[in-house]
Design a protein around this ligand. Structure first.
Ligand code: SF4
Ligand code: SF4
Length: 339
């Protein structure tokens, strides 16, 4: 257990690091938008990392890039982040969920409240769990169908270079800053449901989780058990936050396994449970796995900066022009609603 606690502390610190970075990006972006709206002197630049919250725009850019050969510079970091997230899932499963995603950390925090209230983790009935899990796939398939199937190159280009897409990050900020009563109710409901039901958001609703879960099937690395040395203590199953029966199969084949590697760390028999390639080749130690995931993200963002494809090419004047148009649009919409 001491080994597991130490490992959890390391993983938690990494998650907190990414979450704090996200919060700082949010604060910097809010100041940037305030400068634009108030016409104040431009002293704080726009943090490109904010584009991590534009996954649909990133998916359109990815398809457009692959089909046209043109790398769109409207939200380039969203595209680069999407590519690296897809790559990590195909190579190394859902490490993004358990090491990088701030919502993963929030979910784990809400899970602690769940255990504090109920005394132990409660499982959703199997007959309800399966249909609920399909919700996130339906959401993802709908988005994928609308973009990957329905949109051709001209349609993608029209959207990517539209005013709407260029200021999509600002609109997203305004959506949360000026949240409607309905938005607040939905957010509160999601938090309450995540306390009542473990991993509610990640397990049932997150379309990103659906995409990564599907892609993780392609990864050669899986949680593999050596049945010859396993003593059937079932500790791996007990610590699994995804409710997976780790102690029975030789290989965990589940889209819900988000590579937290708690099962590997808790196993009392050396080399019995590993994250490894087929035939239990190339086992990766949990801490090394975390370092690879973090390294992939940091090196990618560093490389994109060096090659000049991290920051978009929208000028301050252009932003001010789009902000003005947004104001006019909101003004007219407000008047139309009053009528
Ligand atoms: S199977 Fe292991 S790595 Fe996967 S979610 Fe469960 S505890 Fe984490
Ligand atoms: S923790 Fe290890 S020894 Fe115990 S059941 Fe799981 S794989 Fe077997």
């Amino acid at each position: 257990m001491k080994k597991l606690t130490e490992f959890l502390t390391i993983r938690r610190l990494v998650q907190i690091g990414f979450t704090l970075t996200t919060i700082l990006i949010g604060i910097q972006f809010s100041i940037f938008v305030h400068q634009l709206q108030s016409g104040a002197e431009h002293v704080i630049s726009r943090p490109p990392g904010v584009e991590a919250f534009l996954p649909l725009s990133a998916l359109m850019s990815l398809k457009y890039w692959l089909l046209s050969g043109n790398f769109p510079m409207v939200h380039p970091s969203s595209l680069i982040l999407l590519v690296i997230i897809i790559l990590t899932a195909v190579l190394l499963k859902r490490g993004f969920c358990s090491w990088v995603c701030p919502f993963g950390l929030l979910t784990e925090f809400l899970n602690k409240i769940h255990v504090w209230i109920f005394g132990k983790p409660r499982r959703v009935w199997r007959w309800l769990d399966y249909p609920l899990r399909s919700l996130k796939y339906l959401l993802f398939l709908y988005c994928a169908w609308a973009i990957l199937v329905q949109m051709n190159v001209p349609a993608l280009e029209a959207f990517i270079y539209s005013s709407y897409n260029k200021v999509a990050d600002i609109k997203m900020l305004q959506f949360f800053v000026h949240a409607s009563p309905l938005t607040i109710k939905v957010l509160v409901a999601l938090v309450l449901l995540s306390i009542l039901v473990r991993n509610f958001w990640c397990r049932y609703l997150c379309p990103y989780g659906a995409m990564l879960g599907a892609l993780s099937w392609l990864s050669p690395f899986k949680i593999r058990r050596n049945a010859d040395t396993c003593i059937d203590c079932q500790e791996c199953t007990e610590v699994c936050p995804a409710n997976i029966n780790v102690h029975t199969p030789k290989t965990v084949l589940s889209d819900e396994c988000h590579s937290c590697l708690q099962c590997v760390e808790v196993c009392p028999v050396a080399d019995t449970l590993t994250l490894s390639a087929p035939k239990r080749k190339w086992p990766i130690k949990p801490v090394v796995y975390g370092a690879i995931i973090v390294g992939m993200f940091l090196l990618t963002s560093l490389g994109a900066r060096l090659f000049g494809v991290w920051q978009n090419n929208i000028s301050i004047q252009e932003y001010r022009y789009h902000i003005e148009r947004l104001h006019q649009y909101d003004h007219f919409r407000g008047k139309a609603t009053q009528k």
